[in-house]
Design a protein around this ligand. Structure first.
Ligand SMILES: Cc1cc2nc3c(=O)[nH]c(=O)nc-3n(C[C@H](O)[C@H](O)[C@H](O)COP(=O)(O)OP(=O)(O)OC[C@H]3O[C@@H](n4cnc5c(N)ncnc54)[C@H](O)[C@@H]3O)c2cc1C
Ligand code: FES
Length: 280
């Protein structure tokens, strides 16, 4: 991309309402100019700025995997000006995507290792990208055991329900889905907070990496559990969601200490974060 401020034009190909309260929708975009897809080469863990003329831009994690071609997927929580406008857009509408931005999960270092994915709430988006990427037949042999612990407040707040059900059926991924609580008598998975389920289900830390993405409260209580299981700060990888503007390290909106979350992150090891001021 020559001008990093210039979005690629895209149209909304498909919209799925993910959660029962309608707060989270998944948008599938296709590039208006097919050659732009070749320029938008991304790796799981990266994000992009979704750009709506006259409204603004929002940084959103890329939920699709580069192994899925012909489209990009983003799941968006309706919280404010731009995300509310996006939620009212329709299939066929045209807007912009700027990116890909930021760094990504350390895929080369994770090869030959067990990977534990721990996610909560809408932060599961780039973890969905990572799971789809690792399960692709070209990539699955590169990783050892894959364990996923994913929690939502209620069954109706889970994302990607059809895919979760399909992953549950596979024997090359260990799925542990949990909800904080439910009165659904047909609920067949776990009930309990993510840190407690992690303590019960996560394998030990030998030869493993943990990718952790979720609300601050989940991260706060999952960290000591991982420590107890033997994970060192170098083995715990997190993705941060600071407020951002330019997304390319120019405006100084997102820095913690000397790191720009948009450019040096959003993916950091806990070891790296331990060396920065605790602003996140
Ligand atoms: C790297 C990265 C990846 C992200 N991935 C996703 C994703 O996959 N899906 C998703 O729904 N959201 C994601 N976010 C958060 C998303 O960018 C914000 O929710 C969005 O910018 C809000 O824009 P708005 O105009 O709708 O809200 P505004 O009108 O600007 O603000 C509304 C409310 O949201 C809060 N807010 C605004 N920006 C952020 C932010 N960056 N983080 C936390 N709170 C914020 C404000 O404090 C305010 O309370 C990500 C953020 C970053 C930095
Ligand atoms: S958002 Fe501008 S420097 Fe990071």
């Amino acid at each position: 991309m020559n001008n990093p401020y210039l979005p690629y034009p895209v149209s909304i190909d498909k919209i799925v309402t993910e959660t029962e309260d309608g707060s989270l929708k998944t948008f599938r975009f296709v590039f208006k100019n097919p050659e732009d897809e070749q320029k938008f080469k991304y790796t799981p863990g990266q994000f992009a700025e979704l750009s709506i003329a006259g409204k603004g831009e929002v940084p959103i994690g890329i939920a699709s995997s580069p192994t899925e071609t012909g489209f990009l997927v983003f799941t968006v929580n309706k919280v404010g000006l731009v995300t509310s406008y996006l939620h009212n857009m329709k299939e066929g509408d045209v807007m912009g995507i700027r990116g890909p931005l930021g760094n990504w999960y350390p895929w080369e270092e994770m090869e030959g290792k067990n990977v534990v994915i721990i996610g909560g709430g809408f932060a599961f988006t780039t973890l969905r990208s990572s799971i789809v990427y690792m399960l692709h037949p070209d990539n699955r042999p590169k990783f050892k055991d894959i364990t996923v612990i994913y929690g939502a407040r209620t069954p109706g707040m889970l994302l990607y329900k059809d895919e979760l059900a399909a992953w549950e059926q596979r024997d090359d991924i260990n799925m542990h889905i949990t909800v904080d609580g439910t009165d659904d008598p047909n609920w067949k998975y776990n009930v309990g907070f993510v840190p407690a389920v992690t303590e019960q289900k996560a394998p030990n830390a030998d030869n493993a990496y943990a990718l952790v993405c979720g609300p601050p409260i989940m991260i706060k209580f999952t960290q000591p559990v991982l420590n107890k299981l033997g994970f060192t700060p170098e083995q715990i990888i997190m993705s941060l969601e600071m407020r951002m503007k330019c997304g390319i390290g120019m405006c100084g909106r997102c820095n913690i200490g000397k790191e720009f979350v948009c450019k040096d992150g959003p993916v950091f090891t806990l070891e790296q974060l331990n060396q920065t001021p605790r602003e996140f």
